[in-house]
Design a binder for this molecule. Structure first.
Ligand code: C2E
Ligand code: MG
Ligand code: MG
Length: 295
């Protein structure tokens, strides 16, 4: 079995073990989302969790779809509430944004992920080119400190700038383009990668796309989910891949959940991918994580 297959098997087993509780969390997340009192309580809890270093980071591997090798990871914030259990980022990221906690949250994920990548890179020469993607919010992009904070995290972890990529959603980019342009340009000048997350669902115009200082596009997972051979969706995906490549950008497909979707994307020329079919987000001491390094 290839490392990817072994990882997948270990992962499937873990997933099965977890699914029973998972539906409950999803329901719970929705309830919390609408309940003001709960939200205020969560805000206080989140502030404390952050201050006390109780958030964690999960890492979802990114794969080269042609060779099957892992090329890097996306860092995803995780919050395991002492009483409520796992709370989804879809719930706590908006709370962090409202509570002005995004900058410390980003710093935590950025620094943790950079240190983790450095630890993996230094294990074996074949891991030296692994990369890390970190999500940033519109608050980060709008704040003049971003370049300094990113540089500090890289220096502290002894990482090369080109091993880090920041992911920004399409909507953030468009809403903040004027203000963010100098910061983004400076990050690219330093060699840090910039990727448009959830690409294809926001309102970026094609005219802007050619001017944006980004080097990669991450096709939103809604496309992978709706893709059937010969469908309109797959024609749109094919178009994004061709357009992106002709603009010199690398293309990553996210949300790949089946072998069929993976094969189809690869046949259309998309060489990088991420999704539950390949690997779920993993936490560092996770037994499945060890399998990554058997290759
Ligand atoms: P995203 O950046 O687009 O991250 C990918 C999300 O898709 C992750 O959800 C991941 O677990 C999920 N995913 C991966 N593969 C599949 C798949 O095959 N199928 C499906 N259905 N989903 C898949 P997660 O971890 O719940 O995060 C949700 C969103 O929360 C992220 O979307 C990102 O926008 C935000 N987020 C997470 N961590 C951070 C963070 O540290 N900072 C910021 N600013 N945002 C974060
Ligand atoms: Mg992302
Ligand atoms: Mg995304």
């Amino acid at each position: 079995a290839t490392p990817a297959e072994m990882l997948r098997d270990a992962d499937t087993a873990m997933y099965k073990a977890k699914t029973s509780g998972k539906a409950r969390y999803v329901l719970f997340d929705n309830l919390l989302h609408t309940d003001v009192a709960n939200r205020m309580r969560l805000e206080g809890d989140l502030r404390r969790a952050l201050a006390e270093g109780r958030l964690t980071v999960a890492y979802q591997p990114l794969f080269d779809l042609v060779t099957g090798r892992i090329t890097g990871f996306e860092a995803l914030a995780r919050w395991n509430h002492p009483e409520l259990g796992a709370i989804s980022p879809a719930t706590f990221i908006p709370i962090a944004e409202d509570a002005r906690l995004m900058l410390p949250l980003t710093d935590f994920v950025l620094r943790t992920a950079c240190r983790q990548l450095q630890a993996w890179q230094s294990r074996d020469a074949t891991f030296a080119e692994l990369t890390m993607n970190v999500n940033v919010s519109e608050f980060d992009v709008a704040h003049p400190s971003l370049v300094a904070r990113v540089s500090a995290a890289l220096v502290e972890a002894h990482l090369k700038t080109h091993h880090l990529t920041l992911e920004l959603t399409e909507n953030i980019l468009m809403a903040r383009l004027e203000a963010a342009l100098p910061t983004l340009t400076e990050l690219r000048r330093l060699g840090v990668g910039l990727s448009v997350d959830d690409f294809g669902t926001g309102y970026s115009s094609l005219r802007h796309l050619s001017k944006l200082p980004v080097n990669s596009l991450k096709i939103d997972r809604a496309f992978a989910a709706e893709m059937q051979r010969g469908s309109n969706e797959s024609a749109v995906v094919k178009g994004i891949i061709v357009l992106g490549h002709s603009l010199g950008k690398s293309i990553i497909a996210e949300g790949i959940e089946t072998a069929e979707q993976m094969d189809q994307l690869r046949d259309m020329g998309c060489t990088l991918g991420q999704g539950f079919h390949l690997a779920r987000p993993l936490t560092a001491p996770d037994p499945a994580m060890k399998l990554l390094f058997i290759a």
